[in-house]
Design a protein around this ligand. Structure first.
Ligand code: MGP
Length: 264
């Protein structure tokens, strides 16, 4: 079998802490074993993780929800350039796409994920990118841990209720499942006013503003929200809403934006 077809490449030095033998059938797919519904993501595997062929693990849910690497890097750059944080919380870390790019820039990332298989993917993938020692992984529920976490910036890439989010013309962030935007913002704000949220490209933009409409903070102009439309090869994949000191346009961000005609 060719290694380009293989999530577990021949030359991989599997991590001694977790050889994954018990979950390989859930996280290590090949061109032959990838389920039909995930084939479009398989074609994008190197856009999701440029080191895919070094043995990246993704379970089914991660395939459709992980942030493509160029976008994760763009968000991490924006956070780093505007806040220079020491510690960032990634509250729903999934298979680690955002956590890894953040850990490449900041001192420490606290990465929370409640699904036991998904967090093993994230730990394993962080090893491949050489940043595992900068990440504190917590297997558990963000809302339980939120009151005890200390971080300079909060990054949120919540579940959107599955790939069906595009069935709505305008995605209702109040009805986002299992956590609506207001709930995740309310749990995050006591940790830091500097928040980035990765959301569907068809999100109701009025609702993106609502969580901070009535905040008055003397240190930060909390009423400003920056919406970044995130593209891969000319196609908008998602948006990132930036709050607090992150709500500042950056040249990095505009570098990703294609001409308007590229979206047609
Ligand atoms: P997509 O739905 O596969 O759109 O997701 P795409 O690739 O434009 O598909 P098409 O059918 O329009 O061709 C685009 C991106 O959204 C994915 O790469 C993920 O980064 C992100 N994403 C998708 N879902 C379902 C989720 C989710 O539930 N949570 C989070 N945080 N991100 C998601």
């Amino acid at each position: 079998m060719q290694s380009s077809e293989n999530s577990i490449g021949d030359d991989i030095d599997l991590q001694p802490y977790d050889d994954g033998a018990d979950i390989w059938d859930q996280v290590a797919f090949t061109a032959r074993t990838i389920p039909n519904g995930l084939k479009k993501y398989w074609k994008q595997r190197f856009a999701l993780f440029s080191k895919f062929s070094e043995g990246i693990w993704m379970n089914e849910q991660s395939w459709y929800s992980v942030t493509p690497e160029i976008i994760a890097k763009n968000i991490a750059d924006h956070i780093y350039n505007n806040c220079r944080p020491s510690v960032v919380l990634d509250a729903f870390c999934g298979a680690g796409g955002n956590t890894i790019q953040l850990a490449l820039l900041v001192d420490r990332v606290i990465a929370i994920e409640k699904d036991p298989v998904t967090i093993r993917c994230a730990k394993h993938n962080a090893e491949i990118y050489g940043v595992a020692d900068k990440i504190e992984f917590i297997e558990g529920d963000f809302f339980e841990y939120a009151p005890y976490v200390e971080a300079d910036v909060v990054f949120l890439s919540p579940p959107w209720g599955g790939p069906h989010y595009l069935f709505q013309d305008v995605f209702d962030l109040h009805a986002m499942e299992p956590y609506d935007l207001t709930s995740i913002m309310s749990a995050s704000r006591p940790i830091s006013p500097h928040i980035a949220v990765y959301l569907p490209r068809n999100s109701n933009i009025e609702q993106v503003r609502e969580p901070v409409e009535n905040y008055e903070d003397q240190e930060v102009d909390d009423s400003t929200v920056l919406i970044s439309y995130l593209h891969v090869r000319g196609k908008c994949k998602a948006i990132c809403a930036y709050y607090g000191a992150l709500a500042v346009p950056s040249s990095m961000e505009y570098a990703l934006l294609p001409p308007a005609s590229a979206d047609a």
